[in-house]
Design a protein around this ligand. Structure first.
Ligand SMILES: [Zn+2]
Length: 544
């Protein structure tokens, strides 16, 4: 029996009676026959096989679950237990018509990092679909529900949670039964099986041990569709000799992807050499890349090979390729075309066998237009471009990344905070991350350092080094209260309602924070999500 009624979601639900658009929490929804879902699902299985279909459905549902957590967070009651708030998840399943949930066991404590849920599902739409298309199955088939619950619970906890289906009504049981645990409480095989991600998740836990990573580099972590598109392209190109161009915003993890291409290629036993072109002065870049012969210029007392020669047989990763000067661009093009180079001050031509992976956060096309980048090199580099998406486009990966960095930094700094507060989770899940994965990594690291042993990470730990004044509560002294008193009196005289006052307070806070919503939220003692929601309401109510 569930404690809630799906009508709690009614304020967020606009049925498609006007303009043909049905919305839930502002997001467009569709209503379609379960029989159509059966057909889609059957078509996919026939086309791609059940393993690939399972992986696809699980991932998409995981991302949906993360979105569902955004919505239900609005119904959370801060003074209620995590168990109470978590139970709201049943609402979405009922509203969407997936199944009827019945929680058997629930041990949930975000602050202490505990998650143990055991539930049964009655009338699973997916089991019904599978039975209709294929008859009974020896395996569990509720991929959508499993993925959804994993995504929802991960976003709820701010840590990776994985659900497994232990019994399924498609195999003759009266109900389906699922068990959810924090990802690290399953063994690797169980985790992989549940998320249907195969090698991806194994890299999450094994990758680090295989090779030391450069400082600031992240491991390959992701279940989102955006991230999977990148992995798909990596797999296609890794085994070839093709030059690869990785482009995307700063901090998205381009070098990590570069290393992955290397690791999945037949060059993986050979060196991977990374050069940040922007970090080396223009006067030195040529000798750094191509090497120097003794006596080439005063100070060149020894001959030494450049990075190209040092990467022989392997991969050279050229970060911020857009900052290379023209002369080096010409030499680079020659290596790419002919596979040969001369050290500076040397007559001898040397053959090199190096695969180049270039990365940029600049718009190279624009650099070409402005005459700063050679067009021929541009075309040479863009044979196989891969866009690495910003973190805000792969929000479903946030819990997995938080989990990953949390564990890593607990180990590095020998500290063990117990988990996160609800506020901290809300901030982690809603942050816009202009600095991408690197920013998330730094946020988690400083929170781990600041938090106390055995105590949860709180919202203020995540922002500790930003402007101090935002850490203060909005009203914190007698004179502030008096000010507030006179403001309220003034407002009453002008006939302003509470809503208008609140909207004004929101406006001032946002303007004080120069448009930084997170900062504004902190100054008001709200989570970013709460403020964003209030702003949205205010703009809807006030017409702008
Ligand atoms: Zn099932």
């Amino acid at each position: 029996m569930t404690m809630f009624n799906a009508s709690a979601l009614t304020p967020y639900f606009q049925p498609g009676t006007q303009g043909g658009q049905m919305r839930l929490d502002g997001q467009r929804m569709m209503l379609f026959y379960a029989s159509a879902f059966t057909e889609y699902r059957r078509g996919l299985i026939d086309l791609c096989g059940s393993k690939a279909t399972r992986s696809l459905i699980t991932r998409v549902a995981y991302a949906e679950g993360v979105k569902g957590a955004d919505l239900l967070r609005k119904l959370h009651k801060a003074d209620e237990s995590d168990v109470y708030n978590y139970r709201l998840s049943a609402l979405i399943h009922e509203l969407a018509g997936y199944a009827l949930l019945d929680f058997k066991q629930m041990k949930i404590d975000i602050r202490r990092g505990i998650f143990e849920v055991d539930l049964t599902l009655k009338d699973s739409v997916e089991a019904e679909s599978h039975l209709a298309a294929y008859g009974s199955s020896s395996e569990s088939v509720c991929w959508l529900l499993m993925g959804y619950l994993s995504g929802y619970s991960s976003a709820f906890m701010g840590r990776m949670v994985v659900f497994r289906e232990h019994q399924c009504s498609a195999s003759g049981h009266a109900t389906c039964r699922m068990v959810g645990r924090l990802a690290d409480q399953w063994n690797e095989a169980e985790r992989q099986h549940a998320m249907a991600t195969g090698p991806l998740i194994s890299q999450l836990s094994l990758g680090q041990a295989e090779e030391p990573l450069a400082a600031g580099a992240n491991e390959i972590v992701g279940v989102s569709s955006a991230f999977h598109s990148v992995l798909y392209l990596v797999d296609k190109v890794a085994s070839t000799r093709s030059t690869v161009l990785l482009y995307g915003e700063t901090g998205v993890g381009k070098e990590v992807i570069g290393r992955l291409v290397h690791r999945r290629s037949d060059r993986s036993e050979k060196p991977f050499v990374a050069v940040n072109c922007a970090a080396i002065p223009a006067s030195l870049i040529e000798s750094e890349l191509f090497g120097v012969e003794r006596g080439a210029y005063s100070g060149a007392t020894h001959s030494r090979p450049g990075r190209f020669e040092r990467a022989e047989g392997g991969t050279l990763f050229l970060d911020e390729i857009g900052t290379l000067d023209f002369a080096s661009q010409g030499k680079l093009l020659r290596v790419l075309q002919e596979g040969e180079l001369e050290r500076i001050g040397d007559q001898r031509t040397r053959k090199v066998n190096v695969r180049v992976i270039a990365a940029t956060n600049a718009d190279l096309r624009n650099e070409v237009r402005e005459g700063r980048f050679r067009e021929d090199l541009f075309f040479r580099l863009t044979t196989f471009p891969i866009r690495v998406p910003p973190l805000r486009e792969r929000r479903a990966d946030v819990p997995l990344l938080v989990d990953f960095f949390f564990k890593r930094f607990c180990k590095t700094h020998d500290k063990q905070p117990s988990g996160f507060t609800q506020d901290a989770v809300a901030i982690l899940m809603a942050h816009p991350y202009p600095g991408n994965v690197r920013q998330l990594e730094h946020m988690v690291e400083r929170a781990v350092i600041l938090a106390d042993h055995d105590r949860p990470i709180d919202s203020f730990h995540l922002y500790a080094f930003e402007d101090e004044r935002h850490a203060k509560p909005a009203v914190n002294s007698v004179s502030d209260v008096t000010d507030l008193d006179s403001i309220l009196r003034g407002a009453r005289e002008k006939g302003l309602g509470l809503q208008a006052l609140e909207n004004e307070a929101l406006r001032i806070a946002v303007s004080d924070a120069q448009g930084n919503i997170s900062q504004a939220a902190r100054s008001l003692g709200l989570t970013r999500r709460q403020l964003a929601y209030k702003l949205k309401q205010a703009s809807l109510a006030g017409g702008g």
